[in-house]
Design a protein around this ligand. Sequence first.
Ligand code: ARG
Length: 577
Amino acid sequence: MNIHHLLSARFSQAIQAMGIEDAPIPLSRSTRPDFGEYQFNGAMALAKQLKQKPRDIAEQILANVELDDIASKLEVAGPGFINIHLKNDWLSQWCERALQDSKLTVEAHESKTIVVDYSSPNLAKEMHVGHLRSTIIGDAVVNVLEYLGHNVIRQNHMGDWGTQFGMLLAHLNDQLAKSSVAETALSDLEDFYRAAKVRFDNEDGFADRAREYVVKLQGGDLDCLRLWQQFIDISIQHSEEVYKKLNVSLEREHVMGESSYNHDLANVIKDLTEKNILVEDQGAKLVFIPEMSNKDGDPAVYIVQKSGGGYLYATTDLAAIRYRANTLKADRTLIFTDARQALHFKQTEIVARRAGYLAETDSYEHCPFGMMLGKDNKPFKTRSGETIKLSDLLDEAIERAAVLIGQRESSLSESEKQQVAKTVGIGAVKYADLSKNRTTDYIFDWDTMLSFEGNTAPYLQYAYTRVKSIFRNAKQDMDTYHAKVAVASPQEHDLVVKLMQFDEVLESVSKEATPHIMCSYLYELASLFMRFYEANPVLKAEVSEADRNSRLGLCALTAKTLKTGLEILGIETLESM
Ligand code: ARG
């Protein structure tokens, strides 16, 4: 249930009943508990339009709005706000219905086909921390969209093509000739890349051979393609190991690398030429973008083919847009990369729209993210200044979590503790990232992310196990628990309103591609639960049976919401820890 939509509909009816059509319905969450839960802010604008006093208009709306079933109190406040206090009976009924459902139900949405382009590492190198954000933010957004019933198509636009492969293939060819197998030669892509680069810079003749490989590769030479395929396969396997460790949903079938568009790039150029969008300049082909002129009035220049005939990242992205529109039938495309690519995607969209590759109603959304910084506020690197391999970072997370878990009192076996360490360690890294506003840089700090206090994965995972243990003590099955719920105390009231807002949160995350909204929500929910649990004991002897059952119902709903929310973020929960 989406409270916001429900209230909006009621206010809309009331205003129509007053003879006013198409008025905006601005409704927000109240900022103070004594203002109730929601606030309607539309009276002021209407008053201006109708040349009346805002408070009078607010009174008229109050007289017309039908909210007896939902609200315990409605009041006009300040210059003409309408404060809405939700009714405990209504909250209780909602809880009882929600307990009957096995899954948290959400309002039906119009289902769209949404392409999500995320992770997309470059296969010439090992995945590094820069791809952590793209991978996990993208995956969380994918989960939200799927939960809302959209048809989501994952696209891992891997960097598997381009001139750098010439040098790598020449080096691989030599290694294989020296009786090494590809798996061994490529066991550490970082080392392999470095060795190839050293040869490229220093060894006589090697750079020329590397260039020959590029020509052969682009010309479709079969031996060269076979070598390239070997390289790509092994590099994708490296990424897949990371995906598995990270518990993200990307599979081989979602890989649609740059090379997949190679056959279509000449067609893109031909099409842009026919549509008179291209300009030739000293052999290069480019598009002028007057929409993005500099301060001297010169249009931005978007190159799609180099003077030597080579294509660019941009050409591939145009081909990708055509494929996604024509073949995948995307209504909406979301692309997750770091903020430095913002200009590229803005220009790409303008060119694609001019060429008619995107329908007017199709949206194309670059979802940029900031950098991951070290405690020194500089890009996150190893002590010796090297980029950190994602896989090493994740192993470290598990080790650090294991140390912490080892210090806690627990009855878990060693292997259970190892499982807990994995779930907590990986969860902590992912959550620390997801909980930050996507667009800003953030500081990677082991101590805060692994803390059991504050807005962290361990805190939420722990809150979940607490509810689980209440049910163990009550000897009840949480998943099938039904009860008559009577919301009474202020803590119960606040907790249930929060539970009901899950739907609104999913909606914001899906609109803005911002998982941190879900994180803040879950943290607030867990905190409200702790407050409720302190004020309203569940299993104590003096608690009546009716109260106990009702409160157990609230516990079950809280746990279900925490679990569903964390799962959507790609974070696992535990039965105990
Ligand atoms: N491979 C690119 C990188 O590592 C990201 C690709 C994003 N997707 C796209 N359609 N350009 O920066």
